[in-house]
Design a protein around this ligand. Sequence first.
Ligand SMILES: [Zn+2]
Length: 329
Amino acid sequence: MEKRCKICGLPEHYAKIKFDEKGVCNYCNFYLENQKFLEDSEKLEKIFQEKMEAAKRKAKENGSKYDCLVGFSGGKDSTYIIRQLKEKYGMRVLALTFQNAFATEYGRKNIENALQKIHVDHITFSMNDKELRKMYTTCVNMLHNFCAVCFHYMHYYSYLFAGQNGIPIIVNGRTKGQMWQAALEKRLLEPFETSHSLLEFEHQMFHGLEEKLQKHGKVDYLEDVRAEAISYFAYHDVSEEETMRTLEESIGWTRSKRGHEDCYAHAMAEHMSILKRGFPIRQGELAVEVRRGKMTIEEMDRILKQDVGLYSVVPEETKQQFEDRIQRK
Ligand SMILES: [Zn+2]
């Protein structure tokens, strides 16, 4: 039988995993060493408030119309944080939707509805489609993954627009699971440290690949743009259920029937993860919740089993739709 971490249940083929003599993984040990700070809600709330106040002062100095920029996918997390930033923290928010290749009707409707209820300025941006398709193709061929492309361009344009408009801070809706699933050191990891440039920010996603790409001049990292990136959920302990309930009550939010309904290629991303890494995308994220004591290993296994059932085989039609969209060469 495959070895698994005694605490979080991560399997031995998880990236960079090591077990100690008690059968506990290095991800759990890193978490346990830092648990006190990572889960200190009161202290983290204070840090977050200070950062928001600093951003307001900086925006004023810059003569900016906005205190922060937020990427707005139409999913629940980004909608929730836009609402919180405006209503609770009094921030002047510029919402930015990166119109990628895989936007869905569900996402578009959510964006439209949210903007009628939460009054913030909003820009939608689409990039040169040929360039975008080229990147998807490269990424799928090399990494068997394409989520990184949307991640990169969403943040690339966030930095570009923040720089052009003197906006000092970019707030994102990554969950604790997404942030901490690969966390083994404090460098550039929130809440220990925030990043202040696109290159630093991407370290959290690419763990060193971004530095190689920059060194070889493969990717433009907007080196003259300085803006702080901050993840709302690193400082707030909000469950998925609470996020959705708040949105339902405040803006008449519609729940999606399955996860990630703001991206029609999600099934393909899951499919590639299962083939390449041997588990669904959520493996690392859910293990974070188990580690934090928010979920049992059994509950995690049930969800993962369901994902494996859903995505191990994807219909030809879904594959074809994906291939047609990225026009892989
Ligand atoms: Zn573990």
